[in-house]
Design a protein around this ligand. Structure first.
Ligand SMILES: CC(C)(COP(=O)(O)OP(=O)(O)OC[C@H]1O[C@@H](n2cnc3c(N)ncnc32)[C@H](O)[C@@H]1OP(=O)(O)O)[C@@H](O)C(=O)NCCC(=O)NCCS
Length: 162
């Protein structure tokens, strides 16, 4: 996680400041331990760790920018994802992982009604990947820190996503 979170392509859209090893441990260890309500997973291909994905209920994070406009229901969830290894970008992995994650975790295990994501409007790869999975644009919102506009996108648990 420490290496990935300091990769330029992840820093650009995740946490611009990057993260020290201590910061990574302080932030993610409680998620792994389950003391913070975020379900987190390492993405693996053939046993090789290549990225990270997490899901949570929006009601647990009212400061999330999606809450400003979505007026989330009790069963509205959100996810965040990155492919950490730069040579694997743009080869269909991100969208395939999100599709699987929606089916297995967000709409499967969590039984969410809707899933919201809010990529920066300039994050064309993320917007394209979410569209491929079936997310629809809802509206454009200002990010929590007010710097970059984000596109609020959502996806309904109407059926299994093929
Ligand atoms: C978002 C992310 C997970 C997508 O993963 P991925 O494996 O690259 O996604 P996919 O290959 O499935 O889809 C990406 C699509 O974006 C397209 N794309 C990439 N850069 C683009 C650009 N500048 N303009 C338009 N489309 C672009 C790709 O061509 C691809 O579409 P295609 O399959 O129709 O050709 C990955 O880019 C990533 O980890 N980014 C850094 C972290 C991040 O932004 N996370 C999301 C925060 S909301």
């Amino acid at each position: 996680m420490h290496r990935w979170l300091n990769m330029p392509h992840v820093r650009q859209w995740w946490d611009k400041a990057g993260a020290s090893l201590d910061e990574v441990e302080r932030k993610y260890a409680p998620r792994v331990a389950g003391t913070i309500p975020v379900s987190c997973f390492i993405i693996e291909i053939d046993c090789r760790p290549i990225g990270y994905i997490q899901a949570y209920w929006l009601r647990d994070f009212p400061e999330n920018s999606a809450c400003a406009l979505a007026e989330p229901s009790e069963r509205s969830a959100s996810l965040d994802v990155f492919v950490g290894e730069p040579e694997l970008l743009n080869s269909g992995i991100g969208s395939a992982v999100v599709r699987m994650f929606l089916n297995d975790v967000v709409f499967g295990r969590m039984k969410a009604e809707r899933c919201f994501v809010a990529p920066s409007q300039n994050n064309h790869a993320a917007v394209a990947a979410y569209h491929k999975v079936g997310f629809q644009n809802s509206t454009t919102i200002q990010s929590a820190d007010g710097t970059e506009a984000e596109i609020l996108m959502w996806c309904q648990n109407s059926a299994q996503i093929d």
